[in-house]
Ligand binder design. Structure first.
Ligand code: G4P
Length: 533
């Protein structure tokens, strides 16, 4: 075989090497919207597509996807912000802020190469962050930790490191270290260069903070006791070997830790530098045949997110595709791996928040939005030339269950089509059993608001009014045919089949019932599901 790489393939390799694709994981209120805006401020948004959505009235651009979203003032839409920083193209994949849509966030994490774990300095590692971190760990995604709100009173930095290590199992390797405690913060020491940068706050994060570089002597004279303590802590870090090691970071066993204040734009440039210098570029992606799709192979990508009705005036649906290999050019005809049918890409867009624009080119790591791609389901693969199929996206542990019925039996056909569509998009998980029949599937969700989205969409898009009857279950475990048979007569458990992947799920009303049944039936398989709490 010739080892010569074609000019087209070498351009793909070059472009992929300068891509960084990541998402921010955090507990609500830790500052995700703020840091997104601050990152974009430092960088040059490509194609002016930098309309970041934030809370109503604050940052101007609020997605108006559904009336529900507006009423609640939360953002459900999810897409990618692309910007250039130094010589790199950064793709920041947005994740819904509300925990009820964490299933969407989990799926976004299948499309990134790295995650930034954002913590509030006063709160440390919060439950939602930890849950999202577990998904990163399962995927072995390298995680960079950013401790935010250092301009406000918070915890001791060493105590925070301790909590991170205990909670995540990762070794914390600080890249920057604060001079001055949370709330009385003066400067950051860069442990890689030993340089000290003092910041003058920029109010409201509207502009980048002014930076001043100090020598150790200047810092000692200026900060006295605070400097002495920082030096002591830095010595401690050096003695315990808490140093960045690129191999261990990429193997997801350590996490570089940074301190800052997104609202004042402090530490944000340092975060971008770490992303560019240390975060991984896109790599070959494993396929279902046990092989992998090389970056320079012909185009391939998979759908990680489907968003319906982003534009109420058009009632459309967008499938977001993460590019895994090759060069995407708008208008190219791809193959949809699930059906084997050709798929035209005339309407490819790049979007974030409300703004959309037509995209002409994309490379590995980039995200493209395919408009009106109703044939595509969540996790589906698209490819050019050489066939490939990526593994289906994992389904996550649902904690809410309800029976869905059409209020009007004559609309059953539409009801069924609607339910199938919502399942394909991953809006909810659909569970079925012979006992309940097709007329009354069970909807399963990670957060109850997913149900509201499902029933609203059945009403508005399929004109089927439905009724939901909550079921008293809160835990699902994966079982098998044998388990289904044995649990058939047990009280307080029901086994259903998940439509999407045929998995058999045993549903229990509470952990005690589950344990009791597991004790009575020690041979029955009851496995936890992904991101189970
Ligand atoms: P989220 O997307 O993670 O939910 O958080 P968001 O950025 O909306 O930030 C939550 C709150 O925390 C906001 O205050 C925001 O201004 C504040 N915040 C974010 N980063 C920092 C920081 O570095 N330092 C400090 N002191 N505050 C920060 P809010 O009162 O909810 O909104 P606003 O009225 O201030 O905009």
């Amino acid at each position: 075989m010739s080892s010569a790489v074609s000019p087209a393939a070498s351009e793909v390799l070059r472009q992929a090497a300068r891509r960084r694709t990541f998402a921010v994981i955090s507990h609500p209120d830790a500052g995700k919207s703020t840091i997104t805006e601050a990152l974009a401020l430092h960088a040059r948004a490509i194609g002016e597509a930098g309309a970041v959505h934030g809370k109503a009235g604050r940052r101007g651009v609020v997605s108006d996807w559904m009336a529900m979203e507006r009423q609640r003032g939360i953002s459900i839409t999810s897409a990618a912000l692309q910007f250039a920083y130094r010589d790199v193209v950064v793709n920041l994949l947005d994740t819904p802020g509300h925990a009820d849509f964490s299933e969407d966030t989990y799926r976004v994490l299948t499309a990134v190469d790295c995650a930034v774990m954002l913590l509030d300095a006063a709160k440390g590692l919060e439950p939602q962050t930890l849950k999202l971190f577990q998904v990163c760990r399962q995927r072995r995604i390298p995680v960079i930790t950013f401790i935010n709100k250092w301009d406000r009173p918070g915890r001791e930095p060493l105590a925070l490191l301790d909590e991170i290590e205990k909670g995540t199992g990762l070794r914390a390797t600080p890249v920057t270290w604060p001079v001055g405690i949370a709330g009385e913060f003066h400067a950051l020491v860069d442990r890689r260069t030993d340089g000290t940068t003092a910041f003058r706050r920029a109010p409201g994060g509207a502009t980048t903070a002014t930076e001043e570089h100090l020598t150790a002597t200047q810092a000692a004279a200026r900060y006295g006791e605070d400097w002495r303590r920082a030096v002591e802590e830095l010595e401690l870090l050096a003695l315990t070997g808490a140093d960045h090691d690129q191999q261990q970071f990429l193997a997801a066993t350590t996490t570089p830790v940074m301190f800052g204040a997104a609202v004042a734009n402090i530490g944000v440039r340092q975060l971008l530098d770490i992303l560019v210098d240390q975060a991984p570029a896109p790599q070959a992606r494993p396929d279902t045949d046990g092989g992998q799709r090389e970056i320079a192979a012909p185009f391939s990508g998979f759908v990680f997110k489907i968003q319906a009705n982003m534009d109420p005036a058009h009632r459309d649906q967008i499938a977001f595709v993460r590019v895994c290999s090759g060069h995407f050019t708008r208008g190219m005809t791809l193959t949809h791996a699930t059906t084997g049918r050709p798929f035209a890409t005339k309407y490819a867009q790049q979007m974030f928040g409300q703004s959309r624009e037509t995209i002409d080119d994309a490379y590995p790591g980039d995200v493209i939005g395919l408009v009106n791609a109703t044939a595509l389901g969540i996790g589906d693969t698209l490819y050019e030339e050489q066939a490939v199929r990526f593994p289906p996206l994992p389904a996550f542990a649902p904690e809410h269950f309800a029976v869905l019925r059409a209020r009007d039996a004559s609309k059953f056909k539409r009801f069924r089509r609607g339910v199938e569509q919502l399942d394909a998009e991953g809006v909810v998980q659909v569970l079925r059993s012979d006992r309940r029949g097709d007329q009354s599937p069970v909807l399963a969700a990670v957060g109850p608001m997913q149900f509201e989205v499902a029933t609203q969409r059945l009403q508005t898009e399929f004109a089927v009014p439905t009724a939901l009857e909550p079921l008293p279950y809160e835990i699902a475990r994966r079982t098998d045919r044998d388990g289904e048979e044995r649990l058939r007569t047990a009280a307080g458990v029901e086994v259903l089949t998940r439509a999407r992947d045929g998995a058999l799920l045993a549903l229990f009303p509470n952990p005690w019932r589950m344990r009791a049944i597991a004790n009575q039936h020690p041979d029955v398989t009851l496995e936890p599901l992904l991101a189970d709490s």
